[in-house]
Write a protein that binds this ligand. Sequence first.
Ligand code: ASP
Length: 419
Amino acid sequence: MRRVALHWQIIIGMVLGVVFALILNPFEWGADFISSWIKPFGSIFIKSLKLIAVPLILASLVKGISDLKDISSLSKMGFRTIITYLATTIVAVSIGLVVVNAFQPGKTISEETRNELIESYGGDAESKRQVAQKQQESGPLQALEDLVPDNIFGAAADNSNMLQVIFFAIFFGISLILIPEKNALPVKQFFDSLNEVILKMIDLIMLAAPLGVFALLAALVVEAPSSDLIIALIYYSVCVVLGLVLMIIFYTLAVWLITKKNPIEFLGGIFPAQLLAFSTSSSAATLPVTMERVEKELKVDPKVSSFVLPIGATINMDGTSLYQAVAAVFIAQAFGMNLDLAAQLGIIGTATLASIGSAAVPGAGIVMLVIVLGQAGIPEAGLALIFAVDRPLDMLRTTVNVTGDAAVSMTVDQAQKNR
Ligand code: ASP
C-alpha cells in the first residue's frame, strides 16, 4: 500500500481532532476527558519538538558556518539575511496598516461591546501587560546586553534564550573557521554527525505528528472561549487574515521572481511545516520541519538554510508584526482615536522591533503588542478587546512567520548561487 503523504496525515489528524472534540464537547464528561486524556499527547508532541530546538540550533549553525570555510562569505550571507528579514517585516507591517486603515474594523465596535469585552478579558490583559512592562523598564541597550549569555549552559537551559544560543553558536562557528583546518576537523566532524542525529530525531518525532495535531486541535476546541462576543471581532480577524494572505502572496511572487520556483512547488514544499506551525502556534517548535522541507523539497543548500532558518525562526516574524500593526490600529479605532501619519510610521518601527523581540512560542505576539500600544499612546486595556480571537490568529500568523523564513532562505540561497 502506498504511504499517505505527511501533509495529508497531518490534515486528517487535525480534522479528526476537531470532529472528535465537537462530538464529545456537549457531554459533561467530554471536555474533561479531552483535557485529561487527549491533551497530554499534544503537549508531549510539542515538548518533544521543543526538546530538540536548542541542540538543533547549536548543531546546525555551527555546521552551517564551519561549512562556509571563510569569514567573508559568512559576513556577506549574514548581511543579506538580516537585510532581507528586515525588509520583509517592514512590508508586512505596511500591508497590515493599509488593510486596517482601508477597512476600519475598530469603528464597528459599539461602546457597550467595548466595555463588555474589557470586563471579560481585563484580567488576562493585565497579566500580559505586566510581562511586557518588565521588558519595557529596561534601558536602551538592554536587548544588546541580553544577547550575550554569561553561561552557555544557563542559556541553553531556557528555551526563551534562543538568541543567546545563536550568539554562542555563531561565535563558536567563526572561531572554528579561524583555527587550522587539521585541528578543527574533529570538532567539525562531531557537529556534522550531531546534526545528522538530530535530523533523524525529527524524522522519528514526525511519525507522531498526526496524533499530536489531533490532540492539540481537540484540546483547542474544548477550551475555546464562549462565542457570543466573538462576532464583534470577526471583522478585525478578517482584516488580519486578509493581511496574512496578502503576505503569503507577496512571498510567493518574490520567490517566483527571484528564484523562478513556481508558486505551487514553493507552497507545496513548505506545506507540512505550515500545517505544523498552524497546529503548534510556535515557529521554534516548527523549525526542525521547516529546515527539513526547505532542504529536501525546495533544494536550498543546507549551508544556507542551517544559517538562515534558525535565525529567522527567532527574529523574523512577519505574521506577528502584521498582526501587531492591525491590532494596534484596531484598538485605537475602537477607542475613537485617530492616529496620524507620524503615529502610524512609529508603529512600523515598533512593530518591526517588537516582532524581532517576540519569542517563537504561542501567544508571544500579544505580549509584545503591549509595547507597540505603549509607544503609540493607545490604551493598553484595549488588549482585552482582541483576547478572545488571539489564539486562532496566532495559529495563522505563525504559519506566515514560518513561510517567510522559508521564502527568505530561498532568496538568500539564490543570491549565494549568483555570486
Ligand atoms: N506564535 C508566534 C510564533 O511562534 C509568535 C506570536 O505569538 O506571534 O511564531
